[in-house]
Design a binder for this molecule. Structure first.
Ligand code: ZN
Length: 109
């Protein structure tokens, strides 16, 4: 299991997301135009930026959480049952916190 390799991939992804989120925040801080037609477009972009911002923020949190788990050595273990998470699953979904059994149990509620 190449934890270090996956970790550096996550670090790169985190950096890209932080950069993107910085750009989104910049847009949200822009002064609204005075022209009403431009203002309509501006507001639409605002909504898109806010939606993106939410997604980006939750992705950032997930990656930070995974990196913390890697540092403490808990990354390979399910947060729910404590069993080792399947390596295939970790490779495909490095930010997952649960083994496949717990993940599907949680999906069902
Ligand atoms: Zn589990």
């Amino acid at each position: 299991m190449q934890v270090e390799q996956i970790k550096s991939e996550l670090v790169n992804k985190l950096a890209a997301l932080l950069q993107r989120s910085g750009r989104i925040t910049e847009h949200l801080r822009d002064t609204p135009p005075s022209d009403w037609e431009e203002l309509a477009t501006f507001r639409e972009n605002d909504e898109v930026a806010e939606a993106l911002d939410d997604i980006t923020r939750s992705e950032i949190e997930e990656i930070k959480h995974a990196l913390r788990r890697m540092d403490t050595g808990e990354w390979q273990y399910c947060e729910s049952c404590g069993e080792e998470i399947q390596h295939e699953r970790l490779r495909a979904l490095p930010t997952t916190r649960y083994c496949i059994r717990c993940a599907s149990a949680r999906e069902k509620g």
